[in-house]
Design a protein around this ligand. Structure first.
Ligand code: BEZ
Length: 241
């Protein structure tokens, strides 16, 4: 296994609001040109430390079982580890043929899994974090929008499997915030109140508290909420393709 210290060019970690770094790679589903091949779709690009390891196996089975739910949200999954293609293929076959976990069995992973023996893609995306491991990628999750911009990044360590409720909640939240031009409070889920953007001027801020817009509740000039029905969110996100 190559060591991160052998990489000649350490890339700065890409950040939220920046374009997703471009790369071409071999995957279990053929070659991809990223992010160009995914224009017009959301992508969850995620890394896992190693094939044939238990936490990663449980995560792959969960991602694969949820693939249709992500597709309904116009979202594709792309996985990566610093293993080779034949290791990926053998591991995914073993998962399908032998592993049963939390009621999931006979699970076929149909989304692409990138081979990255050179660690180039993992390096490009800051998935190699030497404090955690010199030879494996951490569990990174990049949410990339239909324009190829990075919108959220979550990192997990090697020892902790991801929370898939949260991954789906983040995706829905990002899409809802875009569709309705609102911000979303702590723990927001469809049907909960949303945050009305902050007033632009002092007068608007004063008006907002004295005579709030219909349907808007202002607790102070900086904190106004309004209802956003679950059905409206569902209509905007699940019917839009
Ligand atoms: C796992 O997926 O089980 C795992 C991978 C690398 C280090 C520790 C655990």
């Amino acid at each position: 296994m190559e060591n991160i210290n052998n990489l000649t060019n350490i890339h700065p970690i890409p950040r939220i609001g920046e374009p997703a770094p471009k790369f071409k790679a071999i995957t279990t589903q053929g070659e991809i040109n990223f992010p160009a091949d995914y224009k017009g779709k959301w992508v969850i690009l995620f890394s896992h430390p190693a094939d044939f390891t238990p936490v990663c196996t449980s995560e792959f089975m969960t991602f694969a079982s949820m693939q249709d739910e992500f597709k309904e949200l116009n979202t594709e999954l792309v996985g990566l580890s610093v293993d080779g293609l034949y290791s990926h293929i053998a591991w995914l076959r073993t998962i399908k043929e032998k592993i049963e976990f939390k009621g999931m069995k006979d699970v076929e992973v149909k989304f692409p899994l990138i081979e990255d023996i050179s660690m180039e893609v993992a390096n490009l995306y800051g998935m190699l974090q030497p404090g955690e491991s010199n030879t494996k990628a951490v569990r990174a999750v990049f949410f990339i929008d239909p324009e190829g911009m990075i919108r959220t990044i979550i990192y997990y360590p090697l020892s902790l499997g991801r929370n898939f409720d949260e991954i789906k909640r983040v995706l829905i939240g990002l899409q809802a915030a875009d569709a309705f031009k609102v911000a979303l409070p702590a723990d927001w889920r469809p049907g909960d109140d949303v945050i009305v953007p902050t007033a632009g001027t002092c007068d608007q801020a004063k008006d907002r508290v004295d005579i709030p817009e219909e349907g808007v509740t202002c607790y102070d000039w900086f904190f106004c909420t309004k209802k956003l029905e679950k059905e409206k969110v569902e209509e905007a996100l699940w019917k839009k393709k």
